[in-house]
Design a protein around this ligand. Structure first.
Ligand SMILES: Cc1ncc(COP(=O)(O)O)c(C=O)c1O
Length: 435
């Protein structure tokens, strides 16, 4: 093992030995290399005459660029757009995102969390998380309705087993009984469990109520108290888009942080969906736990995480990070966010009103939804893929089929006026197929 990795592991062990046990084999070997990067950092400070360290190009001491590129970028100078960002992410954005986490999650007040490490979107965040904590053969606990790409990242690439519980109870809320049974069954046969919680949920658009959140936290805390290490990772891609009063408006990460030494909370989130900049590919990985020397522990975890970024994509786009930082610092930002939130909230409300029509009852059930970009129908009489293809071919309507029964609607893409037409067309399609 590299001596720097050994050093980081020793720091983690002294701060909280359970967290060292939670690392995967790759996670325990990860470190942030000193090599070229630290030599360049030293040169940046001290090489006043000539600095010939980094692999970029300069002219008269300034970053080299094509005018045709800078004409498109306009406002952000080459040093903040064309050069490499640190593998950790640019410091200003990391600090600003961390401050926003405290603002958006009042339960974090008085708790300590790491500085977020920047990933290339949340997909990459899940992948880096898997490098850090998931060994081939480990089990990751997830609901049976889930984002399909978890399979690619966790099962196909990482060789983990995904263990599902049924998402919703027959009475309509999150299936806490199934969640508890699954988590406790896994905890009986292993010393570490990995639980992935995704709210607002893809594909259903569900987020737990405040009461359900209390139960999820209780269940995980009981497992930790029984002597099992719990890695609780929240995929908060659609964070903030909570449309109803009784829904939990914070991340479960905030509620899981610092509550037991055997619980490590990992937050994966990003600007991609929250700030409507999907293609800019900026996500964040943040840690929260209970430990003695939390500053040292977080520093070690951040270095290992940045090592995983360095070894996969090297660093996320500097231009994207600068754009997002500027937008977050802009006085218009909170009003812009509120405006877009209200548009999506109105759509969700309209979808609910439209779905109340009695003629739809025989055709589908609606999974509970109260947040995010999506809602999902459970079809009663026709195959979801057959219906999807029919809607596409005959009516020019595109939806996503998931399994035999589920049809996902991204109401985030619909204008309010299109909502009644969409569901009437789905019903027409069902009737065409049935007759
Ligand atoms: C639950 C969930 N996590 C992660 C992602 C990916 O997000 P990103 O575009 O930031 O990689 C998506 C969406 O595509 C998603 O639905």
């Amino acid at each position: 093992m590299n001596p720097i990795a050994k050093q980081l592991n020793a720091v983690i062990e002294t701060s909280n030995p359970h967290i060292l046990q939670m690392l995967s084999d790759i996670g325990s070997h990860l470190f942030f290399p000193k090599g070229i990067l630290s030599q360049s950092a030293e040169a940046k400070e001290k090489a006043h005459r000539i600095n010939a360290t980094i692999g970029i190009a300069k002219e008269k001491g300034k970053t080299m660029y094509f005018p045709s590129i800078m004409e498109a970028i306009c406002d952000i100078p080459p040093e903040e757009s064309l050069t490499y960002a640190p593998s950790f992410g640019i410091p200003g954005l990391r600090k600003t995102w961390q401050a926003a986490l405290f603002e958006k999650n009042p339960t974090l007040s008085g708790k300590s969390i790491s500085l977020p490490v920047v990933s290339s979107g949340i997909t990459h965040g899940v992948s880096v998380f898997a490098d850090m904590f998931v060994n081939p053969g480990d089990t990751v606990i997830l609901p049976d309705m889930m984002w399909g790409n978890y399979t690619m990242i966790l099962s196909v690439r990482k060789g983990a087993k995904i263990s599902n519980y049924s998402t919703f109870s027959s009475s309509g809320g999150y299936n806490l009984a199934a969640f508890e049974e699954k988590v406790k069954a896994e905890a009986k046969i292993r010393s570490k469990i990995i639980v992935l919680l995704n709210f607002p949920h893809n594909p259903s658009g569900y987020s737990p109520s405040k009461a359900e959140a209390v139960e999820i936290v209780r269940i995980l805390k009981e497992v930790a108290e029984s002597g099992v290490n719990v890695v609780a990772v929240t995929d908060d891609s659609y964070f903030g888009l909570f449309y109803e009063e009784e829904t939990l408006k914070e991340s479960l990460f905030a509620h899981l942080c610092g509550i037991h030494p055997r619980i490590l909370a990992v937050k994966l989130d990003g600007a991609t969906k929250e700030n409507f900049v999907w293609g800019l590919r900026v996500g964040f990985i943040t840690y929260g736990c209970k430990s003695k020397e939390s500053a040292e522990l977080y520093d070690a975890l951040e270095k290992k995480t940045a090592g995983a970024v360095r070894g996969s994509i090297s660093n996320a786009s500097h231009l994207s990070q600068s754009v997002i930082l500027r937008s977050m610092k802009d006085a218009k930002n909170s009003a812009e966010k509120q405006e877009k939130f209200e548009i999506l909230q109105r759509r969700a409300k309209r979808v609910k009103e439209v779905l109340d029509k009695p003629e739809y009852k025989a055709a589908w059930d609606v999974y509970p939804f109260n947040s995010g970009y999506f809602m999902c129908l459970c079809l009663k009489n026709v195959d979801a893929e057959k219906l999807r293809l029919h809607l596409l071919d005959k009516y020019g309507v595109g939806l996503i089929s998931i399994g035999e029964k589920n049809l996902r609607v991204a109401f985030s893409c619909l204008d309010e006026e299109q909502i009644p037409e969409l569901f009437d067309t789905i019903l027409k399609g069902i009737n065409d197929i049935s007759s």
